[in-house]
Each structure stands twice: as structure tokens, then as C-alpha cells.
Design a protein around this ligand. Structure first.
Ligand SMILES: [Fe+2]
Length: 249
């Protein structure tokens, strides 16, 4: 399979090129505005990968997304959750249960609301080797050592609480994946999308997080909500404007 991670260490962002070696087809996931279109095209070229679509795990509020621009530049589909209120009319929608296939590489779409109502996890399987999941791109639901914050969409207390409950159930669902599944979130380090426990490592495994992530140890919904809200950092100042930019066409 084809696999490459492009990062912005200053903002603690991961983005991905994932594809199938035999067909040469693949997708870019969560491309970063600060990195620029050329970097993704050059990386795809060096990997021998044709970018056939551009995906987003959710509407980001911490950095300007490159996804729509990259999709337009390449004349390929831009795909995001059916729940994302983006105004781009030609956006292709992703929904629970869909399987995206690039040759022998499959990405299963799981709806994992909490951080945002439109948050998705993409479960990656290399069908040339087996049906079992190999990695999961969790967006901002599950991080290394932490979980995504639930308060960047709504300021309303009741809505934030409901989003935290949703996050709890999304995290429990991610725990259904096997221990060996590599965990690749959209953020790491001091990114404003996570909390104070988020690790500087950009990657982990489901098994390691099952053992050592303090929020996964909270198997009671009420305790999870209480602890998540107790450790919330102040929201980033420019989150509203960045989110508005990413929602625009
Ligand atoms: Fe986010």
C-alpha cells in the first residue's frame, strides 16, 4: 500500500496520502492550508500515486483546510460527512457504512460525532494482505493520550454536554478495533483541538490507548463527561473565523 504523512509541527497537524500500490490510486485526507497544494502533488508524484479524491474527517476549526482547493485543482471529488454544513454545492457526502476503495485498499467510513457533529473515522484495510483493520484515521475524536474537545461548534452548555456524550460513545466504538490497529489522529502535541493530556507523538495504537489513555479508562458515561469538561482548555481565539472559512465554498 501507499502511505505518507505530511505534518505541520507548529500546529500539531497530521495529513495523509493513502493508496494502493498496484492500481496507483489513492486519496489525500485532511490536507493542510499551510503546507500548500504543490507539496501534496509532488508527494503523490514521488509515491507514484494518482490522487482520485480528497477527504476530510471533519470541518476543522484550528487550521485552514486545503481540501476544497486541492480537489478543484486536480478536478477530483471533495468528500466530507453528510452532516457537515459546508456550502460547497459539489461536495460529495460520506456516511456511516460506506466503503471507499482504491484498488486493494479499503477505507470504511464510521460516523464518530462528538468533537463535531460531522466527525468521521476512516478504518483502513489492506485487502491484499487481509480483511482486518490495519490503521484508523480518527480525525479529532481519539488522540494519543487524549480525546477531542467537544466545544468548538457550540457555545451552549447543554449542546456541549450532548457533544461530550456523543464523543463517549464514539470512543467506545473505536475501542472495538483490534489492539494492533495503528491510530493516526488529525492532531498531536499542543494543538488547540485537544486537551492537556495530548501527546507530542503523532501516532499510537488502539491497544496502547486502551491501556494508557486516561479517558478510555473512564468506562462510565457520566464520569467521562465530567472529566472531559473539567480539563477543557480555553477555546482558541480564531476558531470561529477558521471554521467559517472552512465552511465556505
Ligand atoms: Fe478539529
Amino acid at each position: 500500500m501507499i502511505w505518507s504523512v505530511i505534518q505541520n509541527p507548529r500546529l500539531g497537524c497530521n495529513s495523509f496520502l493513502v493508496g494502493d500500490e498496484v492500481s496507483g490510486q489513492g486519496a489525500v485526507v485532511d490536507p493542510l492550508g499551510q503546507v500548500g497544494i504543490e507539496a501534496y502533488i509532488l508527494e503523490a508524484h514521488s509515491l507514484g500515486m494518482q490522487i482520485v479524491e480528497v477527504l476530510e474527517t471533519h470541518v476543522h476549526a484550528d487550521h485552514v483546510s486545503l481540501a476544497k482547493d486541492l480537489a478543484r485543482e486536480l478536478s477530483v471529488p471533495y468528500r466530507i460527512s453528510r452532516h457537515a454544513p459546508v456550502s460547497m454545492t459539489e461536495a460529495h457526502r460520506l456516511a456511516e457504512g460506506m466503503r471507499l476503495e482504491y484498488g486493494a485498499l479499503a477505507m470504511d467510513v464510521w460516523e464518530t460525532p462528538g468533537h463535531t457533529p460531522d466527525s468521521l473515522a476512516l478504518v483502513i484495510r489492506d485487502l491484499a494482505r487481509g480483511e482486518a483493520p490495519w490503521a484508523v484515521l480518527t480525525g479529532d475524536s481519539l488522540f494519543v493520550g487524549d480525546v477531542g474537545r467537544p466545544d468548538l461548534v457550540d457555545a451552549d452548555e447543554a449542546a456541549i454536554k450532548q457533544a461530550t456524550i456523543n464523543q463517549y460513545h464514539s470512543i467506545r466504538r473505536l475501542m472495538e478495533l483490534p489492539d494492533w490497529t495503528e491510530l493516526w489522529p488529525a492532531h498531536y502535541g499542543s494543538s488547540p483541538c485537544g486537551g492537556i493530556f495530548m501527546n507530542r507523538r503523532p501516532q499510537s495504537t488502539i491497544g496502547y490507548e486502551r491501556q494508557f489513555n486516561p479517558f478510555i479508562k473512564l468506562t462510565d458515561e457520566e464520569a467521562f463527561v465530567k472529566e472531559t469538561l473539567r480539563f477543557l482548555k480555553p477555546p482558541p481565539q480564531d476558531a470561529k473565523e477558521i471554521r467559517a472559512t472552512n465552511l465556505s465554498a
